[in-house]
Design a protein around this ligand. Structure first.
Ligand code: AMZ
Length: 237
């Protein structure tokens, strides 16, 4: 079981947004490298990073902060936000990002995901963020007409490492994952699913564990939470 601590970056700072809304922002660390080191010291083994400005702009916007985190820790880092073409995928992987997460382009340019996954096996994940069942794109400012399942199915044979599934209504509220929607998705595809949005406690993780379908439990079964909080990773396993 992997628990990914998440660092969302806005203007070079670590923030938490409520339901992805840039207006409802809490800054929880001014220094992303220090936050990455703190997570490493707590025993986490994998970091989830989102370039929020990048997701809105469609290109990397917090590169200096990401690079400072890569220098600060040795654990693998997965990164999403503003990764919309193969050049950007290549550049991040060359800089030491372990796995890129592609959201908007998975809806608008599925061939990019297929090409990237073929070229970099195991190093490309798809981020699917759902609002009322439909996938949101462009920093969640726009909602598409497709469901997470429809998009995920496009990539069944593409060699995608994982689907990071977030229920936007839960994100940043620390009130619990949308387990029903996550399980409904995980049961219908074979790609490992990373549950995200609202994760808040170890008790919750145990409930995930008990209910998780096969591809969740045996593969990347994981969750994401948005602040350093009081969750101790050693108690997770
Ligand atoms: O909180 C938000 N408004 C938000 C967010 N966390 N908007 C996008 N993202 C994340 C997605 C995914 O990891 O969860 O950005 C990534 C997708 O970015 P893009 O640029 O590929 O759509």
């Amino acid at each position: 079981m992997i628990l990914f601590p998440a660092i969302d970056l806005k203007n070079g700072q670590c923030v938490r947004l409520e339901q992805g809304d840039m207006a409802r922002v809490t800054v929880f660390n001014l220094d992303p490298a220090a936050q990455a080191r703190a997570f490493a010291a707590q025993g986490f083994e994998y970091l989830h990073v989102v370039d929020l400005d990048g997701a809105f702009a469609g290109k990397p916007m917090n590169a200096a902060a990401v690079e400072s985190m890569l220098k600060a820790v040795t654990m693998p880092v997965q990164l999403g936000g503003g990764i919309r073409d193969l050049k950007t995928v290549e550049a991040w992987l060359a800089k030491g990002i372990a796995r890129v997460i592609i959201g908007t382009a998975a809806v608008r340019d599925p061939q990019l995901v297929k090409n990237a996954a073929k070229q970099f096996p195991g190093r490309v994940a798809v981020g699917l963020d759902a609002r009322d069942g439909k996938v949101a794109v462009q920093g969640w400012a726009e909602t598409s007409e497709v469901t997470a399942l429809e998009i995920a199915q496009r990539f069944e044979d593409a060699g995608v490492a994982a689907i990071v599934f977030t229920d936007i209504a839960r994100d940043g509220l620390l009130k619990g994952l949308n387990l029903d929607a996550t399980i409904a998705l995980a049961e219908r595809i074979s790609i490992p699913v990373i549950a995200s949005g609202g994760f808040a406690s170890i008790g919750m993780s145990r409930r995930c564990w008990r209910r998780a379908p096969k591809n969740w439990r045996e593969l990347s079964r994981a969750a994401r939470f948005m602040t350093a909080g009081s969750i101790r990773p050693r108690r997770w396993r």
